[in-house]
Design a protein around this ligand. Structure first.
Ligand code: AMP
Length: 399
């Protein structure tokens, strides 16, 4: 089978992650990160087949300069690589209700991505910049958009509607959309494979626990509920995001405590979560080592994190009825035996029993079951969003 290489771009507002992926088998040929856009020390680091390298970009570089560096200085130096490219695949955060699956990018698709920008004001404009720059660099290659929200578009109205006046949904699009869809899709498919069951008959709960975090109920292979909302702020306790709170807290802080609305949003998005409770860090590795030293605020942050997560998981028994597996993924889900152990113990009402040895050793990219033989199944599956983007891109362009 000939290689089908896809350049995968994930554009943030001030950074860009990139990878060259073989869509046939998920092999990562190049991966890298350009960061500090629009600042004097804009820079890039990358990895080609395990060999690391780094460079400064011209001061104040952004998406266009970064993509041109990737093409001219990295890809062109690898003989015969660019000739194997079949597409450029873009991660796009918000597809609103318009996009229920990945699409080949046309001028109309670009227009719709721009229209969804009010729902993701930092991310969607960055994706548009990435699309323009990639089109300039590879005018002959098809470009594909893969949406973080698309997998969640199968949610029923009972799960995606807020109990607000209905016209706010119909006229303004205020509803739950959910994020991390590409990751939930990948690990739910992988779980069905590991369970040796047809996807269309498999019910799983997937917990993507990274810097941001969300849980998803997947019934017969399709999303029926998820914890993030109209934006990524809702649901679980995250690195710096608060997750669910009483919305009246916002009014209270503004009207009675003298905070500005923007100041409150900054608190909810950047000063809350693990960082806000612990005062230690938003990074779970720091929380974990502070817990081991007996830091009480860190222990509290970890416990609130696990308790909220366990409550969400338990709640998803309602739409699923039968749970074939609970899946942990993302940096914390793939590596923190501590979190997995605590969460499964909080869920003992379902009969979960952790296999301590399997739990401790299933880290650093390993996958597998971490519960005992008599327990309902919980497993760890490393996510691979880039491979989904590469697969979708390659199959759309060959169709
Ligand atoms: P992600 O956004 O998926 O890259 O995940 C980032 C989060 O995973 C951060 O909170 C990291 O501290 C956490 N993480 C990464 N490696 C580990 C580890 N070995 N143990 C615990 N947490 C980890």
């Amino acid at each position: 089978m000939s290689n089908k290489l896809v350049l995968v771009l994930n554009c943030g507002s001030s950074s860009l992650k990139f990878a060259v992926i073989n869509a046939n088998n998920g092999d990562e040929i190049i991966s890298g990160l350009a960061e500090c856009f629009n600042l004097p020390d804009a820079r890039m680091k990358w990895n080609i087949s395990g060999k690391k390298d780094a460079a400064h970009l011209p001061p104040n570089s952004a998406h266009a300069e970064a993509i041109s560096y990737i093409v001219e200085e990295i890809i062109k130096n690898e003989q015969g690589l660019a000739e194997q490219f079949v597409a450029v695949g873009h991660r796009v955060v918000h597809g609103g209700e318009k996009f229920t699956e990945s699409v080949v990018i046309t001028p109309d698709v670009c227009k719709s991505i721009k229209e969804c920008a009010s729902l993701a004001p930092l991310h969607n404009p960055a994706a548009i910049m990435g699309i323009k720059a990639a089109r300039a660099a590879f005018p002959e290659l098809p470009q594909v958009a893969v949406f973080d929200t698309a997998f969640h578009q199968t949610m029923p109205a009972s799960a995606f509607l807020y109990a607000l006046p209905y016209h706010l949904y119909k006229e303004k699009g205020i509803r739950r959309y959910g994020m991390h869809g590409t990751s939930h899709l990948f690990v739910s498919r992988e779980a069905a494979r590991l369970l040796d069951k047809p996807l269309a008959e498999t019910n799983v709960i997937t917990a993507h626990l990274g810097n941001g975090g969300s849980v998803c109920a997947v019934k017969n292979g399709k999303c029926v509920d998820t914890s993030m909302g109209m934006t990524p702020l809702a649901g679980l306790v995250m690195g710096t995001r608060c997750g669910d709170i009483d919305p009246s807290i916002i009014e209270h802080l503004v009207a009675r405590e003298g905070y500005s609305p923007a100041g409150v949003m900054d608190i909810l998005q950047k000063q809350s979560g693990l960082l806000g409770i612990s005062g230690v860090s938003s990074d779970f590795r720091d929380i974990q080592s502070a817990c081991e030293k007996g830091n009480e605020q860190a222990i509290l942050a970890r416990d609130i994190f696990c308790y909220r997560l366990a409550k969400y998981i338990a709640g998803y028994a309602v739409p699923l009825g039968r749970i074939d597996a609970l899946v942990f993924t993302g940096g914390i889900g793939e590596n923190s035996a501590m979190v997995r152990d605590k969460v499964l113990n909080l869920l003992s009402v379902f009969g979960y029993q952790v296999d301590s040895e399997k739990n401790e050793t299933t880290i650093l990219g390993k996958k597998g079951t971490i519960t005992t033989e008599n327990s309902p199944t919980a497993m760890v599956i490393p996510t691979n969003e880039e491979w989904v983007i590469a697969q979708d891109s390659a199959s759309l362009v060959s169709a």
